[in-house]
Design a protein around this ligand. Structure first.
Ligand code: GLU
Length: 293
């Protein structure tokens, strides 16, 4: 089977330079391998989803010069490509995972108090409800028993990754929503993705997703975690750094080729930030050389 990559944005707002760079790298990887590029809309987090954001993301990506072979707008053989249309499928896979899960009634606040986490870090769930729900009167989340140590993996950018992704994690939330880890694994499997290329902020999700593939008896994919775009202060690029959404740049008169050129230069694909079409960059991406960026 040929290479199949994907880009999986959450429609929580307009895409910015950081998201656009990850999309560009995923597209270049797929095109460089002569493979397929799949677009998937991860809209399960209803409270954070913004009306119109999914459509705006597709328009911004197309404006930048990226295209996709399968996706919410063009369809394809592995659809649906929008997560809110797959709830029955997630429920079915969740049921198959029952031997590896348990109901958890801990609140977010309780977990934060119990877990020793450095400030700002995601707390490691200490397994409080493993022996039975501590608050049987409450709605329960469904948690997956994470192997300890978590599975290690070889990342195409980062090399060997071990010791991240500890702690039992949620597959189905107390509010009834399916969690990202479950939906992402089901979709990457259903969409026959061969390599997951995404931002380095998600590296701790990968051992969890590998553990799910193993529990389900599904083949484990290849992974590539690309560096995040940083703001001038060295922190991950965010809204507070100013007008950085693609839509805002376009409204301010920037052309797509200049944006693509700047993004490509930022990861060393070209030696100067000159106007460039994505198609001109195909064949230049070497994942192992992104590591130091
Ligand atoms: N939807 C996730 C996000 O926008 C990305 C998930 C993934 O690439 O695995 O952060």
């Amino acid at each position: 089977m040929g290479y199949r990559g994907r880009f999986a944005p959450s429609p929580t707002g307009p895409i910015h330079l950081g998201t656009a760079r990850t999309a560009l790298l995923g597209w270049l990887r797929a095109r460089g391998e002569g493979g397929a590029f799949v677009l998937r809309m991860e809209d399960l987090d209803a409270p954070r989803a913004r009306p119109g954001a999914a459509q705006a993301i597709l328009e911004d990506l197309a404006w930048l010069g990226l295209d996709w072979d399968e996706g919410p707008d063009v369809g394809g053989p592995c659809g649906p490509y929008t997560q809110s249309e797959k709830l029955d499928r997630y429920a079915e896979v969740l049921a198959r995972l029952a031997p590896f899960t348990y109901p958890c009634t801990c609140s977010r606040k309780e977990i934060q108090e119990l877990a020793s986490a450095p400030h700002g870090a995601e707390p490691v769930y200490p397994g409080t409800c493993r022996a039975g729900p501590t608050h049987p009167e409450r709605e329960a989340a469904t948690r997956f028993r994470m192997p300890d140590p978590p599975p290690a993996f070889d990342d195409a950018v980062l090399g060997r990754v071990e010791g991240v992704g500890r702690g039992d994690f949620v597959l189905h939330r107390r509010d009834g929503a399916f969690a990202y880890q479950l939906a992402c694994v089901v979709d990457d499997h259903d969409m026959r993705i061969t390599e997951v290329l995404r931002g380095a902020d998600l590296v701790a999700s990968t051992p969890r997703q590998i553990a799910l593939y193993e529990a389900l008896g599904w083949p484990v994919l290849a992974f590539a975690h690309v560096p995040l775009v940083l703001g001038p202060d060295g922190e991950r690029l965010a809204k507070r750094h100013g007008a950085i959404s693609i839509a805002e740049l376009r409204a301010a008169g920037q052309d797509a080729a200049s944006i693509v050129g700047a993004l490509a230069h930022g990861v060393g694909l070209i030696d100067a930030p000159r106007p460039t079409r994505p198609a001109e960059l195909v064949g230049r991406l070497e994942l192992a050389r992104l590591r130091a960026r």
